[in-house]
Each structure stands twice: as structure tokens, then as C-alpha cells.
Ligand binder design. Structure first.
Ligand code: UDP
Length: 366
């Protein structure tokens, strides 16, 4: 889709008085969405990101009108371009840390805006802190004004480098507030505190999901996380970069399972934080070997320095999600990795066709 045709369905926050045809068309679409008060309406912040775009699809398929808000710092229109032009979908290019105005009814707000990979929040530390704090405050204020249900995308990073394993929701964590990851971890911890305050003090219907490592199509190939890094390296025949000795563990959840957990949590009446993740734990070295095997790559595995404060273990205790939501993961690692590999194959081919794209996508915009 061309930039121009995308723009026709992109809502301007402050349209100019003498609007050209494309703006008038946009405005007509917006008016249609605002007038149509019979449909349930959800606002998804960070809706053009990896998880946000999957949520847009899920809520559309559940019959919601979806307002997708993103400032495209780490999100991408590529993730949502197939939704442009639908009458039940609207894109707002806006920074959620500024005052948010959304006309008309809102039934739910899912606050997913944030840089979310370690290299993103190292490059965007202030934006990461602002979106977790100011952005959460703005989104909660909107939920209160609209009497909308609010769901916060929190994270297993709230547990830091955990001293309890696996991690139940009752564990308060082991976070270094002034380390390089602190900007993300502490912003999310603050966001949880703010969410509980709006629940307790303003009676807002709130939900908090603690998301563990999730993977799937629409991750950015060069976002620095282990899975896209390993898949990209394996497909390009580059060395696979395992940090440290690779004995640190993670537990990877396929995106469709996560989205199902989010849907169930939103529709539950549980205000306290709830872990959603796949408890299938493995070492990062084994994970790297798995990617090499799956891709049939000849890449060798090399070892690099472990980043500061990199958690040594991570595995969700999902007892609570099982009992209150009846939720558990259903997609095994091999299936999920194969689906993700299909997506990344296309991205690596694009890089070959347009070498400049590789360099550009390595650095988040902002
Ligand atoms: N990692 C790695 N090589 C890479 C990228 C990441 O060994 O090229 C490691 C990283 O140090 C961490 C694990 O893989 O121990 C998962 O990292 P990721 O950035 O995916 O997410 P995290 O769980 O640390 O937020």
C-alpha cells in the first residue's frame, strides 16, 4: 500500500480547515466510526507494534471497532496496513504521553505502547520511562472519563533478575532501578502501581497482565531480541551471537496463545497482576541450537559478553491463569518457530533486495 493511500485512512488529530480530499475522506471514516455507537469500541495503544497489531486483529474479529494509536517510534504501519480502509478500524498517529482525545464511546483500553526490546529501551530510555509513567496516566485518565475497562501490558521484567523460580505473581522481584534495564522495569512497575491506584481510588475496572517472552510474526527482525537475532543470523549465514555462556533461561510463548490470554483476562474480573507465558523453559544456548537446526543453517554459535543485569532465569508460574481464566499455552515451540520462520524468510529476502532496509531497521526511529 502506498504512503498516500495509507494516509487516507490515517486520522489527523488536528485536521487543517481547508482539508484536501484525502483528509476529508479520513474525516468521513472517522465520523462514521464516531457515529456508530452501536458497536463496542476498543482503543489499543501501541497498536502498530508486534503485540498491538495482533490485538487489533483479534478485537476486530470479536466484532469491536478498533482505534489503533501509535507514534510509530518502534511500531510500523506495515503491521496494520491490511486493516486500513475497514470501516471498523481507525489509526491515530499520536504519542500517548500527550493529552489523548478520542471522540465517542470507548468500552476498553489496552495500553500496549512502549519500546519493548532491550536495545530499544537502551536507545530510547526517556521515551520508555515516559510511556510507562505519563502514558499510563493519560490512558487511565481516558478510561476513567469513558468508563472503559483498562488493561495494562506489564511484564515479567517486573521480577528483574529473579531470586524466586519460577515466578508467581506474589513475588515482588529483584530489580536494579539504576541499571540499563531499569528504565523499562521501573516504568512498568510504576505503571502497575498507577493502575492499582486508579482501580482502588477511582473504581476503574483494571486488569494487569505480566507478559513473559513472546514471539511470532511481526517481531522486528533487527530488534535485538534473541529470537529475531538468531533467526536473522541463521538465515544470512552469520554467526549466532549467544550472550554469556548461554546458560541463562527463558520460556517462549507463541503470540496467538498470549492474545487468547489477554482476551480472557480482559473479560475476567481479576484486577491483580496475572502472569501469561509459556512455562516451557530452556537455556539460550539450547534455543540457539534449536534455531540452527530448524533453519538448516551452517552458522556457527559464538559467545559475546552478557549484558548488565540480564536475568539468569525466567519462567512463569501460570497456576493463577490456569485456575481463574482456564488458560494455558497450546502452541508448541516447533510449531510456533516454523510459523515465525516463514515470516522472517520474507523479511530477510526483502533485506537482500533492498540492502538499505537492513541498516535502517537496525536502529529504532525516534
Ligand atoms: N541474547 C543472546 N543473543 C542475542 C540476543 C539476546 O544471547 O543476540 C540473550 C539475552 O542476553 C537474554 C536472552 O537471550 O539472556 C533473551 O534476550 P531477549 O533480548 O530476547 O529478551 P529478554 O528476555 O532479555 O528481555
Amino acid at each position: 500500500m502506498s504512503q498516500e493511500s495509507r494516509n487516507e485512512y490515517t486520522m489527523e488529530i488536528t485536521p487543517q480547515p481547508a482539508a484536501p480530499a484525502s483528509l476529508r475522506q479520513r474525516s468521513a471514516l472517522r465520523d462514521h466510526l464516531i457515529r456508530n455507537q452501536s458497536m463496542k469500541r476498543v482503543l489499543i495503544t501501541g497498536g502498530a507494534g508486534f503485540l498491538g497489531s495482533h490485538l487489533c486483529e483479534r478485537f476486530l474479529s470479536e466484532g469491536y471497532a478498533v482505534i489503533c494509536m501509535d507514534n510509530l517510534i518502534t511500531g510500523s504501519l506495515d503491521n496494520i496496513e491490511h486493516l486500513f480502509g475497514r470501516e471498523d478500524f481507525l489509526f491515530m498517529n499520536q504519542d500517548v504521553t500527550e493529552f489523548i482525545h478520542v471522540p465517542g464511546r470507548l468500552d476498553a483500553i489496552l495500553h500496549f505502547a512502549s519500546p519493548a526490546s532491550p536495545i530499544d529501551y537502551l536507545e530510547l530510555p526517556i521515551q520508555t520511562l515516559k510511556v510507562g509513567s505519563l502514558g499510563t496516566h493519560k490512558a487511565l485518565g481516558l478510561a476513567k472519563a469513558k468508563n472503559a475497562r483498562f488493561l495494562l501490558a506489564s511484564t515479567s521484567e517486573c521480577y528483574g533478575d529473579p531470586l524466586v523460580h519460577p515466578q508467581p505473581e506474589s513475588y515482588w522481584g529483584n530489580v536494579n532501578p539504576v541499571g540499563p534495564r531499569g528504565v523499562y522495569d521501573e516504568a512498568k512497575r510504576f505503571a502497575e502501581a498507577m493502575t492499582m491506584a486508579y482501580h482502588r481510588f477511582h473504581d476503574v475496572q483494571t486488569r494487569i497482565i505480566r507478559i513473559f517472552n513472546t514471539y511470532g510474526p511481526r517481531m522486528r527482525l533487527n530488534d535485538g531480541r534473541a529470537l529475531p537475532a538468531f533467526m536473522g543470523q541463521a538465515m544470512r549465514g552469520e554467526p549466532i551471537t549467544v550472550f554469556g555462556d548461554g546458560s541463562q533461561t527463558r520460556s517462549f510463548c507463541y503470540v496467538d496463545d498470549l492474545v487468547e490470554g489477554i482476551w480472557r483476562l480482559l473479560n475476567s474480573d481479576e484486577p491483580e497482576p496475572t502472569n501469561i507465558g509459556n512455562p516451557a523453559e530452556m537455556t539460550i544456548l539450547d534455543f540457539a541450537k534449536k534455531v540452527v537446526e530448524l533453519t538448516g543453517s551452517a552458522s556457527e554459535i559464538i559467545f559475546k559478553d552478557l549484558p548488565m543485569d540480564d536475568p539468569k532465569v525466567r519462567q512463569p508460574d501460570i497456576t493463577k491463569a490456569k485456575s481463574i481464566l482456564g488458560w494455558g499455552p497450546t502452541v508448541d515451540l516447533d510449531t510456533g518457530l516454523r510459523r515465525t520462520l516463514d515470516y522472517f524468510r520474507g523479511k530477510v529476502a526483502d533485506e537482500r533486495d533492498q540492502p538499505a532496509a537492513k541498516a535502517a531497521s537496525a536502529v529504532p526511529k525516534g
